[in-house]
Design a protein around this ligand. Structure first.
Ligand code: SF4
Ligand code: SF4
Length: 321
């Protein structure tokens, strides 16, 4: 199977109106964020990903993993890097880009505004966006975009087609993590972006880990979404990547990989941006969550990994790792 993957199936696609030829599967590095407790070997994973044709790698300022990613990508000159920032003006953009370049010791190819909610949020970041556009015209960036969990964020892109090249959005069969509607609404918004020649990147295809127990179904769903140029896979290990790529490419799957995936010990984790609203605590029928000094604590011995808490979290702060 490894040879079959390496022979490959991973295609290069033009990312919308940008000139970038990117792999139709990309690697997300959220599992390697500095605040994630389980650390695996990113260098090995990137080496393998690159060897099977993956050339697009995603991070964000908030993941705090620039140095690790930069070291792991050292020597892969044809790789493209996406990063995201909450910049609202020129100074923020300069500060974010400088930090990313310095810590990664390489250029940023695609720079995005992180977590844009709607046309109004994008307007609120207009100074940053116009400046990013200038940087692109100067040749300092290859493409610019936004990331979002909202249909209204994706639709907001359509109002700024002259400035935005790429949209990165949550999409999965359960509609998990879409803040303002359902899967069908998101599909329709992304299709409109695709038809407007915007590069479309799908993320959270396993719903932040909550859909990994239905991995076949999750992959079957995204395989048919031909209005998405590339999907981010946020995996931790080579075996997980092999499994996902095999399923996506319709290759025969090694039983051992499936078994390993099923047997993997999983647990929920609360992301640092949790606001302490307490909604998840009320939803958990197992009494596995409690609020302590405005922060959620998990009682792992009570958690049955039902994911109900994740479905009600307004900030998509609960992941299964
Ligand atoms: S996954 Fe289920 S049991 Fe575990 S904390 Fe969330 S709601 Fe409670
Ligand atoms: S629902 Fe989400 S944001 Fe609110 S306390 Fe729970 S994890 Fe934090």
């Amino acid at each position: 199977m490894a040879e079959a993957i390496e022979d490959s199936i991973i295609r290069k696609v033009r990312l919308g109106k940008s000139n970038l030829l990117v792999s139709n599967i990309a690697l997300g590095t959220l599992p390697f964020a500095s605040y994630r407790t389980s650390k695996k070997d990113l260098s090995e994973l990137i080496l393998y990903a690159y060897s099977i044709g993956i050339n697009l790698f995603d991070t964000a300022e908030i993941y705090d993993n620039y140095e690790l990613l930069g070291r792991s990508l050292n020597g892969f000159d044809n790789a493209f890097v996406i990063t995201k920032s909450y910049a609202v003006n020129e100074r923020d953009v300069d500060r974010s880009l400088l930090k990313a370049k310095r810590l990664m010791n390489r250029d940023v190819d695609i720079f995005m505004l992180h977590e844009q909610e709607s046309i109004l949020t994008i307007k609120g970041h207009m100074k940053a966006l116009e400046y990013m556009h200038k940087l692109k015209e100067r040749g300092d960036l290859k493409a610019i975009g936004i990331s979002t969990h909202r249909i209204s964020g994706v639709r907001g892109v359509l109002a700024f087609l002259e400035l935005i090249d790429v949209v990165m959005s949550i999409i999965n069969y359960a509609g998990l993590g879409i803040y303002d509607g359902d899967r069908e609404g998101m599909e329709s918004a992304l299709l409109d972006c695709y038809n407007a020649n915007i590069g479309v990147i799908g993320m959270k295809v396993f719903g932040g880990g909550h859909l990994t127990r239905s991995i076949d179904r999750a992959i079957r769903y995204i395989k048919d979404l031909d209005f998405i140029h590339t999907f981010l896979l946020g995996v931790e290990t080579i075996d997980e990547l092999k499994l996902d790529v095999s399923l996506l490419c319709g290759l025969q799957v090694e039983e051992t990989l499936l078994e390993k995936s099923k047997k993997k010990t999983r647990r929920i984790e609360i992301e640092p941006w949790c606001t302490g609203c307490g909604i998840c605590v009320d939803r958990c029928g197992q009494g596995a969550l409690k609020l302590v000094n405005g922060k959620v604590e998990i009682l792992f011995d009570k958690c049955v990994l039902c994911s109900y808490c994740a479905q009600v979290c307004p900030d998509f702060s609960i992941k299964v790792v």
